[in-house]
Design a protein around this ligand. Structure first.
Ligand SMILES: *Cc1c(COP(=O)(O)O)cnc(C)c1O
Length: 434
């Protein structure tokens, strides 16, 4: 056990003050721990696989700042590169050679991407890609899947995952019906439902957007044939296929889920890892489609800080580190060790838990499963997860504060870290009421 006598006095003070300053005390909703109970931890610094809070407690981290810290937090090589870039200034608001370098790396890595546009977040990337889908096809409707999250733009806040699912919110107030009336919803992993929507809305659907491996309603893999089926249907109906790889890009494989599953979409969104811990997003795809984007074409999209040298530097260095041989094999090995161990301990201690992983991305649900879509995920016992989460925190293990978020490992996690984590799981599950 790492922090048996964990005291979080300073965290609690700071968070209490934050609640008067910022809605819910946070800059992003899931951080407030609303669905798991207990108090959010306020952090002081992070390094490798570890986090240190303002009360000097140390935690093993499985949130990875929601994915970007795949090489470990504050990776020394990324930090050194950032120091050098910092000396040259933080933003040019003009072309910078580093953009070419990261663009070349992204184009070389991600099978569908022939041209790319950098933005500042995954939300921005998804907003822009939707506009591009509509501009290119001259159609307005779009299909998304229940429980998938594509950032917080209006037209995606229909049956959305991540914080919306975590907080059990209905679709957000403030989103006009006129904006979401063109967003059609299907259950994940359900090709027939998608085909029906295409038949009912012939020649009106611009495309289908999805998380090719889901991380925002908990971790869910695509069923065999699902991605291939979507590729076929979109082609049949003259619509575009868009993979939102903000989470899966450079995570489930260097070239993302499209490389892993061999299904090539028309457009792809990226974020998280390609910023190496700084704010970045990107969208890219077929050259003929990307040439619609201003100023090459008429579809407008812009950004003051887009492509700034610090974010580009952190992204370039992170991708360089990921190119080293054995990266994804290592992530796969330690994450499998973790998930297999978790499932075994759950079984031995009599808890119904299902779970799985791909490379450095994983998830467990407190339900016998299997979980193939949002409805299945809803069967998970969130109270039990909340209790599990709080107790794991006391043992020095920092898990995502929601049943409906994926977990992440990094190259900095060692077998010893996983072993410690599994010991904590055993301690907690042995005392967890059924
Ligand atoms: C995180 C995420 C987003 C949103 O990215 P932000 O940088 O938080 O705006 C969009 N899509 C997916 C799949 C994500 O995981």
């Amino acid at each position: 056990m790492v922090n048996k006598q964990i005291k979080t006095t300073k965290s609690q003070e700071i968070f209490a003050a934050a609640k008067h300053l910022m809605p819910g005390g946070v800059s992003s909703p899931v951080r407030a721990f609303r669905s798991v109970g207990g108090q959010p931890i306020v952090f002081d610094h992070v390094r490798g696989a570890y986090l240190w809070d303002v009360d000097s407690n140390q935690y093993i981290d499985y949130v990875n700042t929601w994915g970007p810290a795949i090489c470990g937090h504050a990776n020394p090589e990324v930090i050194t590169a950032l120091h050098e870039a910092l000396e040259k200034g933080t933003s040019f608001g003009a072309p910078c050679a580093l953009e070419n370098i990261l663009a070349e790396m992204v184009i070389a890595a991600v099978p569908s991407i022939e041209m790319v546009r950098f933005v500042n977040s995954g939300t921005e990337a998804c907003m822009a890609v939707l506009r591009l889908m509509r501009a290119f096809t001259k159609r307005e409707k779009v299909i998304k899947f229940e429980g998938c999250y594509h950032g917080h733009a209006d037209m995606f806040l229909v049956k959305a995952g991540s914080g919306v699912a975590t907080l059990g919110l209905p679709d957000s107030p403030g989103v006009p019906k006129s904006v979401t009336s063109n967003t059609l919803i299907a259950p994940y992993n359900d090709l027939e439902a998608v085909e029906l929507l295409f038949r009912e809305n012939c020649n009106q659907i611009a495309g289908v957007i999805l998380e090719p491996v889901v991380g925002n309603m908990g971790f869910i893999s695509p069923k065999a044939g699902f991605l291939e089926g979507l590729r076929k249907l979109t082609q049949e109906y003259g619509a575009l296929l868009v993979f939102d790889e903000v989470m899966t890009g450079f995570r489930v494989a260097y070239g993302g889920a499209q490389e892993k599953f061999g299904v090539i979409p028309d457009l792809t969104t990226l974020g998280k890892i390609i910023g190496g811990g700084l704010p970045v997003g990107a969208y890219g795809g077929r050259r003929d489609i990307m040439l619609m984007v201003a100023p090459a074409g008429p579809m407008y999209q812009a950004g003051t800080l887009s492509g700034n040298p610090l974010a580009m530097t952190a992204g370039i260095k992170t991708l360089e580190l990921l190119q080293r041989s054995g990266t994804y094999e290592y992530l796969d090995k330690i994450t499998k060790y973790l998930v297999d161990g978790l499932l075994l301990i759950a079984k031995e201690t009599g808890h119904a838990v299902c779970g799985s992983q791909i490379s450095g991305m994983f998830g467990i649900f407190f339900t016998p499963g299997p979980v193939h879509n949002y409805q299945d995920a809803q069967k998970a016992d969130t109270n039990k997860f909340g209790y599990f989460h709080q107790e794991m925190l006391r043992q020095g293990i920092y898990l995502a504060p929601s049943q409906f978020e994926a977990g992440f490992t990094s190259l900095a996690h060692t077998e010893a870290d996983i072993k410690k984590t599994l010991q904590a799981v055993r301690n907690v599950m042995s005392n967890l009421s059924k």
